[in-house]
Design a protein around this ligand. Structure first.
Ligand SMILES: [Ca+2]
Ligand SMILES: [Ca+2]
Length: 213
């Protein structure tokens, strides 16, 4: 277990994880606003065993660490990339490469998701928040999303394939009650958003922030 980290609120004052919420407002998991000069994950090798992982230590995000990880698995001639420090989370398959990727927050910088976890936080803010929101989504063609939320009482997951012509600029709000599995959003310790574009070399996905609201 890592040291408690700080989540920033759009409305209200910053609090330490685990402290009872007093002020209602969005809870920001990550707005991808830094760090300046941060690094992303880039994998140009179509082999399954070659994977790229990058971690950034960022004040104010969930657990203090953001990890991005990509694996180019086939296709094309380019790299599969995932960047999270450029004002958005961007997953891209250049030159028709195919791959999978993910971004996660679990309180440490290693390449394993969910081995640790940050101090439990109530994403519902006592029931005021109902959804996990990916803001200003921009995607092209088919990308399967798998969101995993670890809690002190179990793991919840949500899956959806975004498919179709390019879409841009909408907020995707996913109700906490749409996640299957066991566990309460009142005691969240780690979050991962995985992308699978392996079936569509022309797919890409980006969004500006992840929030509970
Ligand atoms: Ca690879
Ligand atoms: Ca970890």
């Amino acid at each position: 277990m890592m040291l408690p980290s700080v989540m920033r609120r759009v409305v209200g004052t910053a609090i330490v994880f685990g402290v009872a919420a007093v002020v209602r407002g969005d809870i920001v998991i990550d707005e991808f606003s830094g760090p300046a000069g941060g690094v992303g994950a880039v994998d140009a090798d179509p082999g399954l065993a070659t994977i790229s992982t990058a971690a950034n230590n960022v004040a104010g995000i969930a657990g203090g660490w953001r990890v991005v990880r990509v694996n180019r698995v086939a296709g094309g001639s380019g790299a599969v990339k995932c960047f999270g420090h450029i004002g958005q989370l961007k997953y891209d398959q250049t030159d028709t490469s195919r791959g999978v990727g993910s971004v996660w927050w679990d309180g440490d910088s290693n390449d394993t998701f969910g081995d640790g976890g940050f101090a439990a936080v109530d994403l519902t803010e006592g029931g005021a928040n109902k959804v996990l929101s990916l803001t200003k989504i921009d995607f092209k063609n088919a990308v399967k999303l798998t969101i995993t939320v670890k809690t002190t009482t179990g793991t919840r997951t949500y899956e959806e394939t975004l498919a179709g012509p390019p879409f841009a600029g909408f907020d995707k709000n996913i109700g906490f009650n749409a996640f299957t599995g066991t566990g309460s959003f009142t005691s969240v310790t780690a979050i991962r958003i995985a992308f699978d574009g392996s079936g569509d070399p022309s797919s890409r996905l980006s969004f500006d922030s992840v929030k509970a609201r």
